[in-house]
Write a protein that binds this ligand. Structure first.
Ligand code: SF4
Ligand code: SF4
Ligand code: SF4
Ligand code: FES
Length: 357
């Protein structure tokens, strides 16, 4: 089999690695085939059927995300029949969805909403009446996220992200048919093994799993999205900060190296300290039992004075240094050099041993 294969999509010849996912190949070549359950980070589910295409020589319509690229495939991505079927599938999804877009935090950042708009599925043109589902109340027990079953399209992206990307396997489906929901652990997020990494939030195509934020966030189109490097540790994850009025509202993982959207709990949720009124912004020196603001020169002189005093009185091994993962590798290198060469001790450690190991 050739390494690179040639495929025809809507009469356009495209080349792709043999075995590549057909939906991804089509999208990479500008064919905007819809699809809600597919995500390049997780294995194929083939649940939503929105990515249906026709393949010459095969009967009916097949979900493109379940097809591997082979030489000579002739694919129809768009025709009236396919588009009408996709429209019907979205209509069906909406018939069992709590279409609460007016007050939904995900409005403007929701793949289902985008598709409803793209296929002009307004209230009057929907063919399927809302279907009654008996669902539990939203699970808000996690300290960092909330799950609303009424906005869940049962695509499995969260379950697979938790299992395949994070290796945790906290989530699964519970119940059957219209009542199917995502459940954490034995039924409650708070008592599950969830560590709050937020991979499920990142991968959810709707507003079913969202961050728990300290205050009602602005609408998604009101924020400026700024890519930056997480400062919590040396991995250098790329973050997308959602900023309004110079305030970080929430954080999503940026789809870039090295993390491709994933983060740990601190990178994604530990940003509220930025605006905390009691955040330290200047060194403090304890004078007469009371911490008082000082300049960096004053603080560093005091540290130097006391380090020399301890070394003279008790020897260098009476001193230990704990470095921070907030610093760069180069800064940590300098720190251990300082401890070993200047202070004269090997008592040097790093907080990564506690929280990043
Ligand atoms: S999840 Fe999406 S479609 Fe559902 S209410 Fe929220 S914005 Fe609307
Ligand atoms: S936050 Fe992370 S660990 Fe918790 S359920 Fe979501 S993906 Fe799994
Ligand atoms: S919570 Fe979101 S990602 Fe998970 S199954 Fe429901 S819609 Fe899909
Ligand atoms: S994206 Fe292919 S079936 Fe859902």
């Amino acid at each position: 089999m050739p390494d690179i294969v040639s495929i025809k999509i809507d009469n356009v010849e495209v080349r792709a690695p043999a075995g590549a996912n057909l939906l991804q190949v089509a999208r990479d070549n500008g064919f905007d085939i819809p699809g809600l359950c597919y995500h390049p980070k997780v294995s194929v589910t083939g649940a939503c059927r929105l990515c249906i295409v026709k393949i010459a020589g095969r009967p009916g319509m097949v979900p493109a995300c379940t097809v591997q690229a082979t030489d000579g495939l002739v694919v129809t991505a768009f025709d009236e029949e396919l588009e009408s079927m996709r429209r019907m599938l979205i209509d069906l999804l909406l018939s069992e969805h709590n279409c609460d877009c007016m007050t939904c935090e995900s409005a403007g950042n929701c793949e289902l909403q985008d598709l409803a708009y793209r296929y002009s599925l307004d209230n009057r043109s929907r063919k399927f009446a809302a279907r009654e589902r008996v669902l539990p109340e939203p699970d808000t027990s996690s300290p960092v996220l909330a799950y609303d079953p009424s906005k869940c399209i049962v695509c499995a992206r969260c379950i697979k992200g938790c299992e395949e990307v994070q290796g945790k396997g906290v989530l699964s489906f519970a119940n059957r048919g219209l009542e199917t929901i995502v459940t954490a652990g034995l039924g409650e997020w708070a008592t599950s093994e969830c560590d709050g990494c937020g991979e499920c939030v990142q991968l959810c195509p709707t507003g079913a799993i969202i961050e728990k934020l300290p205050e009602l966030p602005p609408r998604s189109w009101e924020v400026e999205k700024i890519q930056t490097t997480c400062s919590y540790c040396g991995v250098g994850c790329q973050l997308e900060m959602w900023v309004k009025d110079n305030k970080v509202i929430k954080v999503r993982g940026a789809e870039a190296v090295p993390n491709y959207g994933s983060t740990c709990i601190k990178g994604r949720f530990g940003h509220t300290y930025i605006d905390k009124f009691d955040r330290l912004t200047t060194p403090l020196i304890r004078r007469n039992g009371k911490l008082e603001p000082a300049t960096w020169d004053e603080a560093l002189s005091l540290v130097k004075e006391n380090l020399l005093k301890i070394k003279q009185e008790h020897g260098p091994d009476a001193i230990a240094g704990l470095a921070s993962a907030n610093c760069t590798n180069e800064e940590n290198y300098l720190f251990q050099k300082f401890m070993r060469a200047s202070v004269g001790t090997n008592n040097v450690d790093h907080c990564a041993r506690l929280c990043h190991a």
